[in-house]
Design a protein around this ligand. Structure first.
Ligand code: ADP
Ligand code: 5SP
Length: 483
């Protein structure tokens, strides 16, 4: 019974699962928290990975390891392989102006957006690595001068697990490369001309591996005493592509992940190129594509509502379910971190429709859950407009642990949702990739995810209609009326 390990180095924490490579059965697991903030020293991820590996009982007996990670984060390395500055994460919006500039320089407006969508599958937003490189070049020229290579969080962790053997050994995969803004899912090639356009010069970038190609061997000495052998390293991938692998998403499935980000994505046979920018045309971890809509505000909207009400998650859920559908007209626009889809990087959240009648904890809890879900439902519409088929909606991520989310989602999405057993599907997808690398074969091993629960409810169209009235009404961070 060979064992494999999968890692999810996501925004808020690092999770490690150890599973049986052939059956997928869970053997053991561990986790460790990540620091707060949208700018993080990559060594904090490394420390969390070591702690999570330790909590998972070490890696001495595993045949292969793969790392899934938060997408897009800019990790800059100097000639010696040292980190130049803290990584800017996918949810850091300081490069929003750089995104606008890159679109303007490509012809501006519709033409500029189309250029980028056709070249890289996606229209630049502050999340993408290319815009962060532009920001660095403009705002920190001394740091920019020291940069020799750029990679993503999962690339860097995989490289560290291999013992950090020089910049030429950096490896990535199609899924994560597709979120950089300088790699084309359509051609499978880097667009180093676009990296140069963003940053001013070319940099070393990781070699892009195929879905089951090995990134080398784990270096036990790199693990600072944690138990490990010479396991194979998988290519790893971005966390959404890993989640798709973890839940076994296939044609007709749309996955909705409610983590720090809210994501809505499907596995597709052809690449997307949405010039509106709503759908990012990523690649997946199996050789196919992963059209995806991402919001900056998902599980943390629930965290914030719970904090405002002075309750925990279970009570927030009970309150939301006690409130009426539509919260008697109370609407939360959930742009607490600015927003990416729609593109509102400087927006703040808002409550609209407040009356004496709906000024209750239950109404506020309901409005928070509904507002967060309405933003994702808008994403689902955008994905379907790009040709995705939603025969089944699979709900995952920390927010799916909320009973209110599970029960209100079908009302807002207008379709039933399927919820797999609570689990770490990003880490599981990485483990499944590791098993694919260890066992070989044309497709990943056939693992099952256990009994799913289906939640169905009558659609309540008034919730989305009311949200549509409110979603453009907000003030930005500087306090200027914007809608
Ligand atoms: N029962 C729950 N109800 C609502 N939110 C929850 C619940 N359990 C966890 N969360 C939230 O889920 C988030 C973590 O989800 P996760 O998918 O692990 O995020 P990420 O992958 O972005 O780090 C946290 O914001 C946490 O507070
Ligand atoms: O930016 C995106 C997708 O494009 C995010 O989905 C990040 O990949 C972070 O994921 P979580 O930590 O929220 O899972």
């Amino acid at each position: 019974m060979p064992l494999v390990a999968g890692v999810d180095s996501s925004t808020q924490s690092c999770k490690v699962v150890v599973r049986d490579a052939e059956t997928g059965a869970l053997v053991r697991q561990g986790r460790a928290p990540h620091p707060e903030g949208t700018e993080v020293d990559p060594y904090a991820w490394w420390d969390a990975l070591l702690a999570a590996i330790d909590a998972a009982g070490g890696l001495a007996d595993v045949a292969a390891v793969a790392v899934g990670g938060q997408q897009h984060g800019m990790v800059c390395l100097d000639e010696a392989g040292q980190v130049v500055r803290p990584a800017l994460l996918w949810n850091d919006t300081r490069s929003a102006g750089a995104a606008q500039d890159l679109i303007a320089e490509a012809g501006g407006g519709e033409a500029g957006r189309r250029f980028w969508a056709e070249a890289t599958g996606s229209v630049p937003v502050a999340s993408f690595t290319a815009t962060k490189l532009r920001w660095l070049a403009r705002h920190e020229p001394a740091n920019a001068d020291r940069v020799a290579a750029v990679c993503l969080p999962h690339d860097w962790l995989t490289w560290r697990l291999a013992g950090a053997p020089g910049l030429a050994a950096l490896r990535t995969d199609r899924g994560d490369a597709s979120g950089t803004g300088y790699w084309s899912p359509r051609t499978g090639e880097y667009r180093l001309d676009l990296l140069e356009r963003a940053f001013g010069r070319r940099l070393v970038v990781p070699t892009v591996l195929g879905p089951a190609e090995s990134a080398g061997l784990l270096d036990p000495a790199a693990l600072a005493g944690a138990a490990a052998g010479r396991a194979l390293l998988g290519p790893g991938t971005g966390d959404n592509a890993a989640a798709a692998l973890g839940v076994g998403a296939g044609p007709g499935d749309v996955v909705v992940s409610i983590g720090t980000s809210g994501t809505v994505f499907a596995v597709a046979d052809t690449p997307a190129a949405d010039a509106t920018g709503a759908v990012a045309g990523f690649a997946d971890a199996t050789g196919r594509y992963l059209p995806l809509v991402c919001t900056l505000n998902a599980a943390r909207v629930l965290d914030a509502a719970a904090t405002m009400l002075g309750v925990g998650h279970d009570e927030l859920s009970e309150l939301a379910l006690a409130g009426p559908p539509g919260a008697d007209g109370l609407v939360m626009v959930p742009y607490l971190e600015g927003e990416r889809t729609p593109d509102r990087p400087t927006a703040t959240g808002a409550l609209h429709g407040l009356t004496l009648g709906n000024a209750t904890p239950a109404h506020l809890a309901r409005a928070a859950v509904e507002g967060m879900l309405c933003a994702l439902a808008d994403g689902l519409d955008a994905l379907i407009a790009q040709g995705a088929t939603a025969r089944r909606i699979i709900l995952v991520g920390g927010g799916a642990r909320s009973a209110a989310v599970r029960r209100i989602a079908p009302q807002v999405f207008g379709r039933p949702v399927v919820v797999p057993p609570p689990g770490e599907y990003v880490a599981d997808g990485a483990a499944r990739q590791a098993a694919w690398v260890a066992l070989g074969g044309a497709t990943p091993p056939a693992w099952t995810i256990g009994d799913t629960e289906e939640y169905a409810a009558e659609p309540v169209s008034a919730v989305r209609e009311r949200y549509a009235q409110a979603r453009d009404l907000f003030v930005d961070r500087a306090g200027t009326a914007a809608g």
